[in-house]
Ligand binder design. Structure first.
Ligand code: MG
Length: 444
């Protein structure tokens, strides 16, 4: 289906695209930038597909910090992904990458010619100039994560079993996702807590919830990318799970018999269950992010993940192609995820969708139902759907107070959203009048 036809058949999404493109105002305007900082934002645009827009709308206090954090990790990842680099160069480079942050003008030209983001390493001196202008506390956070991630990447390269057999156990799966995504969550949390944009408690739980933020995204991507990764000759689905359903993971793609597809779906759904295990932490985490631009930044990837999870759940297409959410849906999610109540509604919508798609024959049917129920129950605690009768005092859960404390922030943003939506409908109304007028003149 063409993009235009797709939009016309989903009118609410057409409205979302127009609202996002013409009426949604960024929370913070762009400030004047030095030439090197300008170059860093150019590098951000070149290398980040989904994050550039949200990063650029962050509060001025952390916008440059997050941009530089992103670029440093992008540089690290470019070294890790480069198959033309010999491990004897790659491993020490990853482990010692943190020391490059102490240098003034380090660059690296040794990436393979096809490395899509090699420019970040070639122009790393530009990143360093701006990095050294950051507050020392911000620099330390970036350094800490760079060190942990660089060493983690090096460990995986040297892990022959991982390279030969992929991810073995569920614990390995969690640990791998921690290194690629959980650590990013930890760093961002430290930055936002330092800026007083997030509640201190998020840095006092051993980064358990920030890790869940990363794991929820990463596990969802790994489930979705089954086919793409298979074509690239790799896989991150843990053997402890898939070995219950098949002797060989590629069989879900190759063997199209009903039995094999059923086993494949059962396996896929068990991984969705694993991902859903982080949803409650994600909602709790988001409830503790106070600054609206940081909230946006954190919430958008999470609502995209829950939408993706509902799309891939019990969906055999995952074994044969890339399953994606529609562009219009993406716009709609970006618009609706600016407040906590908005995010909650999105999560509830997709949790119910997952529940409805369940197959009673699925071996995890009950567990998935229970998990969805737990998440809905938590949502009900946050925003009760039924008002309590007067005189009835409900049991206080810590989340109730957190939600009440942030109501003003969400209400202020909601007013902005309402104005935008009104303007968008007014535009559609105006266009309709012009159309009717034109038709009357032509045929009247
Ligand atoms: Mg990588």
């Amino acid at each position: 289906m063409g993009k235009i036809t797709q939009l016309l058949s989903h009118p609410s999404e057409l409205r979302a695209v127009v609202q996002l493109m013409y009426f949604r105002q960024p929370l913070h305007a762009t400030s004047k930038r030095s030439d090197t900082l300008q170059r860093c934002y150019y590098l951000l645009n070149q290398t980040s597909r989904s994050f550039a827009t949200v990063i650029k709308e962050l509060h001025p206090e952390i916008k440059d910090v997050v941009t530089l954090f992103y670029l440093v990790l992008r540089a690290l990842d470019t070294v890790e992904d480069d198959m033309t680099l010999d491990p004897s160069i790659k491993v020490p480079l990853l482990r010692g990458f943190v020391d490059k942050l102490n240098e003034k003008d380090w660059t690296f030209n040794g990436s393979g010619p096809d490395e899509k983001d090699r420019i970040v390493l070639v122009e790393f001196d530009q990143i360093l100039i701006e990095y050294h202008k950051l507050k020392p506390e911000y620099q330390d956070i970036i350094k800490d994560i760079t060190k942990k991630m660089g060493n983690g990447m090096a460990d995986y390269i040297l892990d022959d079993n991982f390279n030969l057999n992929g991810v073995e156990t569920i614990a390995d799966f969690d640990l791998y996702c921690h290194y690629v995504a959980g650590l990013v969550g930890e760093g961002l949390t430290k930055l936002m807590v330092l800026a007083k944009f997030s509640d201190n408690s998020l840095a006092e739980d051993g980064f358990y919830r920030s890790n869940s933020m990363g794991l929820f995204l990463q596990k969802t991507n790994i489930i979705r990318d089954y086919h793409e990764d298979l074509e690239d000759g790799r896989s991150f689905w843990p053997k402890e799970v898939w070995s219950k359903y098949t002797d060989s993971l590629p069989s879900f793609h190759k063997d199209t018999s009903a039995e094999s597809q059923f086993q494949g779906l059962s396996c896929l759904n068990e991984l969705v269950l694993s991902s859903l295990g982080h949803a409650k932490d994600v909602l709790e985490y988001l409830s503790l992010v106070k600054d609206p631009s940081s909230f946006n930044f954190c919430a958008i990837p999470q609502v995209m993940a829950i939408a993706t999870l509902a799309t891939v759940y019990n969906n055999p297409k995952v074994f044969h192609s890339v399953v994606k959410i529609r562009k219009g849906t993406t716009c709609d999610l970006i618009l609706r995820s600016r407040t906590l109540p908005g995010v909650i509604l999105i999560f509830r919508q997709y949790i119910r969708e997952i529940n409805h798609k369940s197959n009673v024959k699925d071996p995890n049917y009950l567990k998935i139902g229970i998990k969805c129920g737990e998440i809905e129950q938590f949502i009900e605690l946050m925003y009760p759907s039924v008002a309590y009768p007067q005189g009835v005092t409900k049991a206080q859960h810590p989340i109730t107070k957190i939600v009440a404390d942030r109501a003003k922030i969400d209400n202020d943003i909601q007013r902005v959203i309402n104005d935008e939506t009104f303007s968008t409908y007014a535009l559609f109304g105006g266009l309709l009048l012009v159309l009717v007028g034109a038709l009357t003149i032509t045929f009247g």
